[in-house]
Design a protein around this ligand. Sequence first.
Ligand SMILES: Cc1ncc(COP(=O)(O)O)c(C=O)c1O
Length: 400
Amino acid sequence: MANLAINGGTPVRTEAYPSWPTFDDSDLKTFEEIYRSGVWGTNGSKVPEFEERFAQFQGVKYGICVNSGTAALYVALKAAGVGLGDEVITTPYTFQATVVSILMANGTPVFVDTLPDGFNIDPSKIEAAITPRTKAVLPVHIAGYPADMDGILEVTKRNNLVVVEDCAQAHGAEWRNRGVGGWGHLGCFSFQSSKNLCAGEGGIVLTNDRKLYERAWAIHNCGRAPSDSEFEVEAFGGNFRMTEWQGGLLLSRLERLDGEVNLRNANMRALDAGLGEIPGIKVVPLDSRATRGGCHGYKAIFDPEEFEGISRETFIKAMSAEGIPMRHWYTTPMYRESFMESELLSAKPDYSKVSCPETEKLCKNGLALSQSILMGTEEDMADIVTAATKIRRYVGELNS
Ligand SMILES: Cc1ncc(COP(=O)(O)O)c(C=O)c1O
């Protein structure tokens, strides 16, 4: 008789995991207030209040709300002076928007591999990628795992490079007890629907530098200065503004964020402890200097050899059958995406020659659970460990 649910055995669980976003009627009050004010776009109070409160939450001085995380990265790169032909060093293991924003700013993406058995850019490999055209480094705190900001700042300061942090997946994440987004010159967050703080769409640029703040402000608002009337244009810029609807919703949801981040961190540690006991599943705890994860989902690395030759896809299917909605993660290093043929590139680097072996391994073997699962109970986490343990025990029932 089969034991594994994929072969007709009894699944570990049948109840659904928490979905996202969670919400209640408290947000409705905010919408009614905005609706009745008649101020739905510029000159409202919700967006400026949220800019101040979110910047404070991350421990950074200034915030500029924009209409997406992609816009935040674009505005930050332009504020940092990235232009035609400037090289921007980044990680190939990320969402496409990181790289697309560099292309939109007319920059040239240069890829540096991720850490062995880690998810973020390897600072020890950055120096070798620097050329006279390098303008900036764009680390990504992928899935809320803070990148090694000590290593990144050491090399970027020595080489006088700008640092733009992609924090789209890292709300509440901390490196050495200080929020991400304020370690580099500029930090960029997304509030798109799936994100741990969300408003459907939206983003924010954070900075501690007044001059960069003013430049980014102009770029996000048609080239105006904060004090200008709507008819004066002082600099290059477009309309990347956020609406009051988003500002109001984000203000209300920010109240819950701290508790939610702590819950996800506790659940992530429980999964690390449980799954870390299973041969063939490599858990990746936070760097010891990362005092809090953003936890945009739970991630681990599958090792087919250690798992008796079973493929990642077979393992994922077996987990799903047990009632655990496990998924793979990014499957293609950014240098192999077709959009890297972009006509926006001033000189086309030969990306077919780029190879980042650690990222290639991650693309083959990354495992993921969505962030809403980390909003579950201790029992919900225990079921995940039970299902993986069961599959390991009865692995003989599976064909690779
Ligand atoms: C790492 C990363 N950077 C940038 C973005 C872009 O954010 P948005 O979708 O709000 O434009 C995302 C969104 O998924 C992301 O995951």
